[in-house]
Write a protein of this length. Structure first.
Length: 325
């Protein structure tokens, strides 16, 4: 089964992003992404899919997901228009957020242990939801540095929750062993630090992990559910899209700054995966609106595993509130 890759609104300078949605439906495909995700649903019931785990939830749900775990929620709102108001708060943060030296201190170990366990997906009980919901509500407001404190308080509480359980079995194919998880995190960190370099190659990152090119290619696809070349191309095109919408650089400059070694290759890949040219993409968005997650879901948020029926997989536009912390 192919999964869609979600291109999250997380930016390099963010600690996390918080999306707060009310009555927006669940019209999105099964997808994954390299970020951690904490998802809180209040006021509705439905079905949750995480990896090969499918469960019903009632009235509320709180789940922490590790990187690359395929997931999707369905709600009663998908079946009837007569449901009461419901709310979904989603927090997403980078896989390398806790990799800096300060987080190697003992005081952060319980949070790092929680994140390791999240590779199997963690569901929390109602008593934890009652503690967590007010903190997540605070994070939906632009409170400046207070939100940083709320963020770490949130994961302190989650790490001490007495009633939580994994969603995937230890032998599940989506679950990394500890060493594998460390290696994919190392790979992801290195890719994120170097993907805009035009001379960045698979051989370079493979050698960092003491693997051959073919072994690394197999390892990466097994853990990320897509090839290294596709993942790298997605990153570069997403970066190019941001530059197209927010700068006045020339196409040649944007191509080079996004890691493409020549503009013809940039144009070819952009046309292949974005179904348009870079210039038409820029013109269209300048005419309509700036890139804005508050107003709408970007058409490229969910990228299908294959080009077939590409247009039919586009999610509908929706309104939500987005906070960068």
């Amino acid at each position: 089964m192919e999964f869609f890759r979600e291109v999250t609104p997380l930016q390099q300078q963010d600690i996390c992003v918080v999306l707060d949605s009310v009555n927006n439906g669940f019209d999105y495909p099964i997808h994954n992404h390299p970020e951690y995700e904490l998802n809180l649903i209040l006021g509705t019931s439905g079905t949750r899919i995480v990896g090969d785990s499918t469960e019903k939830y009632t009235n509320s749900d709180l789940v922490l997901l590790g990187p690359f775990l395929p997931h999707k929620w369905d709600g009663a709102s998908d079946e009837t228009d007569k449901t009461p108001d419901y709310r979904v708060i989603t927090i997403q943060f980078s896989i390398n957020l806790f990799s800096s030296p300060i987080f190697n201190k003992d005081r952060f170990q319980h949070i790092k242990d929680l994140l390791t366990r999240s590779n199997r997906g963690i569901v929390f009980d109602e008593s934890t939801i009652k503690l967590i919901a007010p903190i997540m509500d605070q994070l939906t407001k632009d409170n400046g540095f207070e939100n940083v404190i709320h963020f770490f308080r949130l994961f302190d509480v989650l790490s001490k929750a007495k009633s939580s359980r994994p969603l995937l079995s230890e032998m599940n194919k989506y679950t990394d062993q500890t060493n594998q998880n460390k290696r994919i995190q190392m790979a992801y960190n290195y890719i994120m630090a170097n993907y805009t370099r035009t001379d960045f190659t698979i051989s370079e990152i493979a050698s960092k992990l003491s693997l051959s090119d073919s072994a690394f290619s197999h390892f990466f696809k097994k853990n990320a559910f897509r090839s290294f070349s596709t993942f790298l191309c997605d990153l570069r095109l997403s970066h190019a899209c941001k530059l197209l919408l927010s700068t006045d650089y020339t196409m040649s400059q944007i191509s080079n700054m996004s890691g493409f070694n020549n503009i013809s290759n940039f144009n070819r890949l952009f046309r292949k995966y974005r179904n348009t040219t870079p210039q038409k993409y820029k013109n269209k968005h300048q005419e309509e609106t700036n890139f804005n997650w508050v107003e709408q879901r970007t058409p490229w948020q969910f990228i299908p595993g294959s080009k077939e029926n590409y247009k039919h997989h586009m999610p509908d536009a929706y309104s939500t509130t987005l906070v960068h912390i």
